[in-house]
Write a protein that binds this ligand. Structure first.
Ligand SMILES: [Zn+2]
Ligand SMILES: [Zn+2]
Length: 144
């Protein structure tokens, strides 16, 4: 991935919740799990994971829904946009919904997780690695 121009900015559809990120993501990828589908309303989620300390929030407060004992999913209470996820077991990172970035082309997703839950009508022709479950280095997502 080419280094994105910093800072990275983004926010929800109504603009009420905003963020500024001072570092490139640790990684970025697609997740096809049921909870990501439900949370985004899309066939799959594309996320970028950052060090939590690099993310500065501004504007309104997100609300969080606990989709499991370990995962909370953040959304704008005004417009409902999916914005983030955070894991109790990994407090040092924050997952940002890639669609909320102001410039989505900053990211280069590297893999597909939970392909076992993928929509049958969705072909994956991008050649990226596919994992049937969570990413090998991100087992917390299996609890999402
Ligand atoms: Zn909003
Ligand atoms: Zn997922």
């Amino acid at each position: 991935m080419t280094e994105p121009r910093l800072p990275i900015t983004g926010g929800c559809l109504c603009g009420g919740v905003r963020y500024t990120i001072g570092e490139a993501p640790l990684f970025s990828g697609h997740c096809h799990c049921r909870n990501c589908r439900k949370h985004t309303g899309a066939a799959f989620a594309t996320d970028a994971t950052f060090r939590a300390a690099a993310v500065t929030w501004s504007g309104g407060q997100q609300r969080f829904y606990g989709s499991s004992a370990s995962c909370e999913r953040g959304f704008c209470p005004v417009c409902g946009s999916t914005i983030s996820a955070r894991y109790a077991s990994k407090p040092d990172i924050v997952v940002i919904a890639a669609g909320s970035l102001d410039n989505i082309d900053l990211l280069a997703p590297s893999d597909h997780a939970f392909v076992k839950d993928k929509a049958g009508w969705l072909p994956l022709g991008d050649g990226l690695p596919q994992f049937q479950g969570p990413l090998p280095d991100f087992k917390a997502e299996s609890e999402a």
